[in-house]
Design a protein around this ligand. Structure first.
Ligand SMILES: Nc1ncnc2c1ncn2[C@@H]1O[C@H](COP(=O)(O)OP(=O)(O)OP(=O)(O)O)[C@@H](O)[C@H]1O
Length: 628
């Protein structure tokens, strides 16, 4: 790793830690801060007790060896071997108790941090713009959030509950060795620990790279699996199951290789650590053994030194794991904080006021818009939808019809021109008030994987059961719902897959009816319906749009005949405008589209009749012998 990368890394690590601080010390929760304080008290108590444990071991050994050096700290009645052994074990139990208290007290702080961060990220995801969500891959995104929230728990737990206590323990050990046995002992311990940590960090850094590779392939495989399963039907249409499986398996093969390397490298790490610690221990014990022989140390001292080092080995054993977990946790959280740093493209202006609907007039004034800089989609569109009137937007595929509805909803901001509702620019009002004033029956309805009732009620969460039923009736979906064994409580499946296109659209209509917005957008709302069903629900739509400002975006011209004005869009410009009759009389693009559609509909009709007649013929032919 180059020096440059290290400094960039440590810079972002520092930023991540600063970002994390409010979660570890939640300013708004005095109770949690109290827990942090108490957990720290128990942490120190636990370490002091831990240091005392080897002393009792030493004293017990000296007492057993009848050594002249008796413990100067203890009263005589406690200085018997049995009492010392009892005290030694009691101390161990007490130390364990302190540790558990510390963990229990801290658990809530950690979990609160996880919840807060998960909540903030979730809210932020909903604040981000449509563009972000269209460009992001859901599988990868959910993985980042999942790992990020787990990461914060890791950081909180391992920094507060492991790293800080280990540093404290090492400092105490060093002081005791310096006072009791001299600086040589401290030097050997310090060098051993330093070498141990240096080696662990180097090896762990190497393993982190492998782990990153493993995570990337894991995310990749997961994204591929989710994408493939979301497109379940398409995969089936094209019989591409084997190709999908191969694609997934290729991603998993990368994961397999990285995961294997993770395990083999762990073996090397553990072995190296063992060698370093073993040599350090060997030197220090040899030094002590020489002193015992020379009479400057007791057997108890020899045992004490050994016990202290063995005790120190326990947290050191985990240091590689903890370092890796903390670094991994930091990387995961960093990715999540990066996500939190993504600025929403569309934001409320500083002086945004709630939209005040007077009559519901919608106006597009010379609107220019493009999704990408060099590809203009709308090239200066101006039109008006008077309050309570219906304007239809028609035109060839890709002309920019749905873009108009996205702009009215302010999913994107226009590059120039403006969009006004009752004279208020949509950029000057709050997004919440804007969106609550507009109802949308989209081209492609996606439902929540919940009950039909839930999906309808989504239009107005507070709606009563009666209102939900009434909306379903108006959307003419009651016969379907009541025909289901579970009725309104029937689950609609992932994204509403258990419902047909027409049924989904009626649910969408029902929930818009429930929302009862003053402005309505019907984006090819009847596209998924056959001609017959379309006619059936057209009346429902007419009912919904009556007295509401309505924009109908349509392919099927039969649905827009009654519109007050029809706007014909072509390549981002308004090609023609007028009523159905006027446009037909004009004999332009609309008239030719109308003719083509009429021909297509007539051909469809002729085909249907022919098929029916033919079926009748087959039936008659099949039946004839019997009849005869
Ligand atoms: N998020 C996006 N990023 C980039 N380009 C986009 C995006 N959404 C749509 N477009 C492009 O903008 C153009 C207009 O799209 P739009 O959906 O408004 O067309 P439309 O007239 O509603 O078409 P259709 O009738 O087929 O639904 C299309 O060429 C489309 O490829």
């Amino acid at each position: 790793m180059s020096g440059k990368t290290v400094s960039a890394d440590s810079g972002s690590t520092f930023k991540t830690l600063v970002n994390l601080w409010p979660y570890m010390w939640p300013s708004e929760r005095a109770d949690l801060k109290m827990r942090v304080v108490w957990a720290s008290v128990f942490l120190i108590a636990s370490k002091l007790t831990l240091i005392a444990v080897p002393y009792f071991f030493k004293w017990a050994t000296d007492a057993l060896a009848d050594d002249a050096h008796s413990p100067w700290l203890l009263p005589a009645f406690l200085a018997t071997p049995v009492m010392l052994v009892v005290a030694y074990n009691l101390m161990r139990i007490i130390q364990l108790g302190f540790n558990q208290l510390r963990d229990a007290l801290f658990a809530r702080v950690g979990q609160y941090a996880v919840r807060q961060l998960a909540y903030r990220t979730f809210v932020h995801m909903h604040e981000l713009s449509l563009r972000f969500h269209l460009e992001r891959r859901t599988g990868g995104l959910s993985r980042i959030i999942e790992r990020g929230t787990k990461g914060i728990e890791t950081i909180v737990r391992f920094t507060v509950l492991n790293s800080i206590p280990t540093v404290l323990e090492f400092a105490l050990t060093a002081v005791i060795f310096a006072v009791a046995y001299g600086w040589k002992y401290v030097a050997v311990v310090a060098i051993t620990v330093w070498l141990y940590i240096w080696f662990t960090i180097k090896a762990s850094d190497w393993r982190i790279d492998i782990r990153r590779d493993m995570n990337d392939s894991d995310t990749d495989a997961n994204t591929k699996a989710i994408d493939s399963l979301l497109n379940f039907e398409t995969v089936k249409y094209f019989g591409n199951e084997a190709m999908e499986a191969r694609r997934f398996d290729r991603a998993m093969a990368r994961y397999e290789s990285a995961a294997t390397r993770i395990w083999t490298s762990l073996g090397w790490l553990n072995f190296g650590q063992g060698v370093i610690f073993g040599i350090g221990m060997m030197i220090i014990m040899a030094m002590s053994a020489i002193e015992v022989k020379a009479g400057t140390q007791t057997v108890g001292d020899f045992v004490f030194i050994n016990a202290m080092l063995m005790q120190l080995a326990v947290p050191l054993n985990f240091i590689g794991f903890i370092y890796r977990e903390i670094r991994q946790g930091l990387t995961d959280i960093e990715q999540m904080f990066d996500l939190l740093d993504v600025k929403a493209e569309v934001i409320d202006s500083a002086h945004a006021a709630p939209l005040r609907i007077k009559a519901g007039k919608v106006e597009f004034r010379d609107v220019q818009f493009s999704y990408e800089p060099d590809r203009p989609i709308l090239k200066g569109i101006s039109f008006e939808v008077p309050a309570g009137k219906t304007v239809a937007i028609v035109g060839p595929s890709g002309a920019g019809k749905s873009t108009i509805s996205r702009l009215l909803f302010r999913f994107y901001d226009v590059q120039s021109g403006s969009i006004l509702i009752d004279g208020q620019d949509v950029r000057e009002v709050t997004q919440e008030s804007l969106r609550s004033s507009i109802g949308m029956v989209p081209q492609d309805t996606v439902l929540f994987n919940d009950t039909i009732a839930y999906n309808i009620r989504y239009g107005r969460i507070a709606a009563s059961e009666e209102e939900v039923r009434r909306a379903a009736e108006l959307a003419q979906i009651t016969t379907f719902i009541e025909g289901l064994p579970e009725g309104y409580e029937a689950m609609v499946g992932e994204r509403g897959l258990k419902l047909s296109g027409g049924e989904k659209q009626r649910v969408a209509i029902a929930r818009t009816i429930l929302k009862a917005p003053p402005i309505l957008i019907l984006d090819e709302a009847t596209s998924a319906l056959d001609t017959h069903t379309e006619q059936e629900i057209q009346s429902a739509l007419d009912l919904v749009s009556r007295d509401r400002t309505t924009i109908v975006i349509a392919h099927r011209l039969s649905t827009v005949i009654s519109a007050d004005e029809i706007i014909v869009l072509k390549e981002g410009n308004i090609e023609e405008r007028g009523t159905h009759a006027a446009l037909l009389a004009q004999g332009g693009l609309y008239a030719s589209m109308w003719d083509r559609q009429r021909e297509a509909t007539e051909a469809e009709e002729r085909l249907r009749i022919a098929r029916e007649t033919d079926e009748m013929g087959v039936i008659v032919r099949q039946r004839t012998p019997e009849i005869i």
